[in-house]
Ligand binder design. Structure first.
Ligand SMILES: [Fe+2]
Length: 398
């Protein structure tokens, strides 16, 4: 790469925002579905390895390419759930009802203008760090290990696996607009913070990410889980042997998600800028979602178009979801906070929050974070290092 090209790319990064038009993205030197391994080596595309390729994507990553224009025209016409319900933060019970029915719910005005501005600045700063590493050959960026091009996760790009060393993320754990809804969903305030990260796509992320659930629900019927089901109003019926009958067990599982994530919107979701897609009613499905090649159009269009900046989507992590093409000129960033159910044990929780960040939290947030906070003077391994390649992150977290 020539020196003048390097300067040009640096200027793009310096001026990047996550809510207005930007020069970043749309790298025509990065072919569709191209994947990098943990060291940044190119893997042959379309081999069916992780990540799942989108074989229907445009063939070139160019803003006005005819295939891209055709996809844009299609999305303008079809993208978005018709009649998407959007709640106010005061509609706590309605939000919880829709969440339990659909496996997700959109709530507006979770962030005030100042909170939104601060998080936008934090998202831009962390993204700049991720994109600083140039890609192989003439590519503008290093693609994140194991992801499709132009798609990154704040969580997995952080060498500590979470963003809770960053004030912009940590201050959003306990908001007057979100805490009542999370409490209503869990039926108690004894839940925990598991982590905080979120995903983003650059302009020119032309491929669909495959539909998936986040994590697996082992569906063990623990006493604590039954207790949470009771608290959220599940009626218990028994069979002739005195055990819970099958409909009761199914309802307990449906109503007690292991994890609830809130993804916050840094910009309005439009038909063009990669709105997240959520498939309603799939949070307790045991079947896997359809493979990308078989996904019907109605699922590809089942996106949250119309959800405004400052809103958030409360997601049951089990519900099928995926990212969609960003054909705009804006970054689409959805930083998140992840909460673990009161019935979960400490198993799998990692120390990712520095003590000095924990000290700045509200008393409720401090309680939520006591399984993930570091002792005074101990810095969580890797916290603060952002890198697209897994090998570099491992090295940083040693
Ligand atoms: Fe996901």
């Amino acid at each position: 790469m020539t020196e003048s090209r390097k300067r040009e790319l640096q200027a793009e990064l310096d001026s990047l925002t996550v809510h207005r038009e930007t020069q970043v993205g749309w790298d025509e030197n990065t072919p569709p579905n191209e994947t990098l391994d943990q060291y940044g080596n190119l893997l042959a595309s379309n081999r069916g390895v992780v990540p799942v390729p989108d074989n229907r994507s445009p063939k070139r990553r160019v803003y006005d390419d005819p295939d891209v224009e055709a996809l844009r025209a299609h999305l303008r016409e079809h993208n978005g759930i018709r009649g998407l319900e959007i709640c106010d933060p005061s509609e706590v019970k309605r939000a919880a009802r829709i969440f339990r029915r659909d496996g997700f719910v959109v709530v507006r005005d979770l962030l005030n203008p100042e909170q939104l501005e601060r998080w936008r600045a934090g998202c831009a700063e962390a993204l700049r760090q991720i994109l600083e590493t140039p890609g192989p050959g003439e590519r503008k960026y290093m693609t994140e290990t194991g992801r499709l091009p132009h798609r990154y996760s704040y969580g997995t790009c952080s060498a500590s696996r979470q963003m809770l060393h960053h004030r912009a993320w940590a201050r959003m754990l306990d908001l007057p607009t979100t805490t009542p809804i999370v409490t209503e969903i869990f039926g108690s305030s004894d839940y925990r913070v598991w982590g905080s990260g979120g995903d983003l796509c650059l302009p020119g992320a032309i491929e669909y990410q495959h539909l998936h659930s986040d994590g697996r629900d082992g569906q063990h019927l623990s006493e604590a889980r039954v207790e949470q089901a009771r608290r959220v109003g599940v009626e218990f019926n028994t069979d002739s042997a005195g055990n819970f009958d099958v409909p009761t067990i199914k309802l307990i599982m449906e109503m007690t998600p292991p994890t609830v994530t809130i993804n916050f919107l840094m910009a309005d979701l439009t038909w063009e800028n990669g709105p997240i897609r959520q498939i309603p009613g799939t949070h307790a499905a045991q079947q896997p979602p359809p493979h990308t090649d078989d996904e019907p159009d109605w699922m590809r269009h089942s996106t949250l178009v119309g959800a405004p900046a400052g809103a958030g989507v409360f997601r049951d992590n089990r519900a099928w979801h995926g990212a969609t093409p960003n054909l705009s000129k804006e970054v689409r960033a959805l930083p998140n906070v992840e909460y673990a159910a009161p019935w979960r044990t400490q198993d799998g929780f990692k120390v990712v929050m520095p003590h000095e960040i924990w000290e700045t939290l509200t008393p409720h947030a401090q309680k939520l974070c006591d399984w993930i906070k570091a002792e005074p003077g101990v810095w969580p391994p890797g916290a603060g290092i952002m890198h697209p390649l897994a090998a570099a992150r491992e090295e940083a977290a040693k």
